[in-house]
Design a protein around this ligand. Structure first.
Ligand code: FAD
Length: 471
């Protein structure tokens, strides 16, 4: 009997233990489910859909080379997986584990059904270097501080990446008729705003590996400095490949493990932050919708997340890219479109809009500005990033927003308020980054500052002080 390998956040054929098990088991059929219907599932944002489309094309090619067909089906995962398994007459079901609560509940339900139906079902670790339930503090609780967490995790021996499976026997039965990728309409059409994304990125494993090789060969040595400079290509740009599982963290780990430099250690710890974000998300499934530190529930936001609502967060344009956003406050719109009058914030937001990615230093500055200078709830920023980032990640995005806002685990203290002007001078000293993204900078066309930095900073500090005193 054939087996099904169900692809999720692991869109690769190398270092893919579930695929490997399916191939070893005999003829394999691959399945990807676009699930926007299961209760509690967070649908992908626009930029993520664009990436997913191209990533699935690349995966299909890689699977073709192994003689494995890829079936695509839209619908609630539990229903689709059961139907497909039955239609193919599969005897086994394999997948790599995912870590969100909603997803784990779905997977547990499918597993229960499969076992009862007499199928062999098996899951594997592929997406994280650590299994969140296997790493805990001495008192048996989740880690809330990064340094001891990473010390504990990085002390483990990580497995070697698995090689590409050999070309299998090939599936010879009749496949059920399933969806065409085009019918999912993941790509934007009217308007097609994806030109900048396509110019910047090549989704898929092969491009991920090429980027990894290039970075380890030419970028890693200067990473400790380069990573802070938005005007250079100093960070790895691997985030979307890791997000979609086109590269596995074990592959990235292996690529850097023989390097013994300060830069390599810092880079490794960034992978650690990715793990830490997932650790938090595993233990706090409401990471995107609730403050980890509950005293922040009483923070007097100028625009509270909950009352404006999800659709307003994803809301920039008058260009039809994100309909249904007219209720967004003016300051939020200015921030989204890179028209705040603060060049580093604006350059970052324009880079994000154009390419689906923003440099980490600028993400921190832009997020701090939204939350602390504009007084807008971090959830609205999180929702905007969710919609516009190609690496939009269910754990890293909310965890980092809460880190900036001060409401998260091991967070940057609230009173640490980035000064976007000082950051610009320090990290874009020649103004190259600004010039790249704001051609009208220094002309009358560039907008005036929408907020007084000093006064808004003081307002934020006063509000925080009050919160602490009441607490
Ligand atoms: P590098 O500096 O080369 O780092 C290597 C890898 O480590 C990254 O690819 C990423 O997988 C991981 N990493 C690095 N920094 C972090 C971090 N702070 N948290 C978690 N993982 C990290 N990253 C995402 O992958 N998805 C998100 O949705 C996301 N949202 C963010 C929102 C805010 C407000 C902030 C401040 C940061 C966010 N980050 C997110 C983290 C970080 O900005 C990106 O991972 C990084 O900019 C990606 O570029 P890079 O691959 O060149 O990173």
């Amino acid at each position: 009997k054939p087996s099904i390998v169900w692809f999720r956040d692991d869109l690769r054929v190398r270092d893919n233990p579930a695929l490997r098990a399916a191939v070893d088991d005999g003829a394999a059929v691959a399945l990807y489910v676009l699930d926007e219907e299961s209760p509690g599932i967070r649908p992908h944002g626009g930029a993520a859909k664009w990436w997913l489309h191209h990533s699935l094309l690349a995966l299909r090619e890689d699977l073709d080379a192994l003689g494995i067909p890829l079936l695509l089906r839209r619908g609630p995962a539990a229903e689709v997986v059961q139907k497909t398994t039955t239609a193919v007459g599969a005897g086994a079901l394999f997948w790599n584990r995912r870590y969100g609560e909603v997803e784990r509940t779905i997977d547990a339900g499918i597993k229960g059904w499969a076992v009862e139906a007499g199928l062999h079902v098996e899951s594997f670790q592929a997406t994280l270097l650590h299994e969140p339930w296997k790493v805990s503090t001495k008192t048996g609780t989740q880690y809330k501080v990064f340094t001891p967490f990473w010390k504990a995790v990085s002390a483990q021996e990580f497995r070697e990446p698995l090689p590409l499976p050999a070309r299998g026997h090939g599936f010879t039965g009749t496949l059920p008729r399933y969806d065409s990728l085009e019918s999912w309409q993941l790509l934007p059409t009217k308007p097609d705003w994806s030109g900048g994304l396509a110019a910047r990125w090549t989704p898929g494993s092969a491009a991920g590996h090429a980027r990894l090789k290039e970075f380890v060969g030419n970028g890693l040595d200067s990473y400790s400095e380069g990573r802070n400079r938005p005007d250079t290509d100093g960070s790895s740009s691997l985030s979307p490949y890791l997000r979609w599982g086109e590269l596995s963290p074990f592959e990235v780990w292996q690529a850097i493990s023989s390097k013994r430099s300060e830069s390599a250690t810092i880079f490794a710890s960034e992978l650690g932050w990715r793990e830490f974000c997932w650790h938090q998300y595993f233990h706090n499934p409401t990471l995107a919708t609730a403050n980890l530190r509950s005293e922040f529930d009483r923070f007097p936001w100028a625009w509270p997340g909950a009352s404006v609502g999800a659709s307003a967060g994803a809301s920039a344009g008058d260009d039809g890219r994100h309909p249904g956003h007219e209720s967004a406050p003016e300051e939020l719109r200015a921030w989204q479109k890179g028209r705040t009058g603060f060049p580093l914030v604006d350059a970052g937001q324009r880079q994000l809009w154009e390419t689906g990615w923003m440099h980490n230093r600028v993400r921190m500055v832009a997020a701090s500005f939204l939350v602390k200078n504009l007084g807008i709830h971090w959830q609205l920023g999180e929702q905007w990033f969710w919609d516009t980032l190609v690496d939009a990640d269910p754990a890293s995005n909310p965890a980092n927003w809460q880190w900036v806002a001060g409401s998260g685990a091991d967070a940057s203290p609230f009173f640490r308020i980035f000064n976007p002007e000082a950051q610009r001078v320090r990290f874009d000293p020649q103004g190259k980054y600004i010039a790249q993204w704001i051609p009208e900078f220094g002309t009358p066309d560039y907008p005036a500052e929408i907020v007084d930095l000093k006064a808004s900073r003081q307002d934020a500090l006063d509000a925080y002080k009050e919160l602490r005193e009441v607490h």
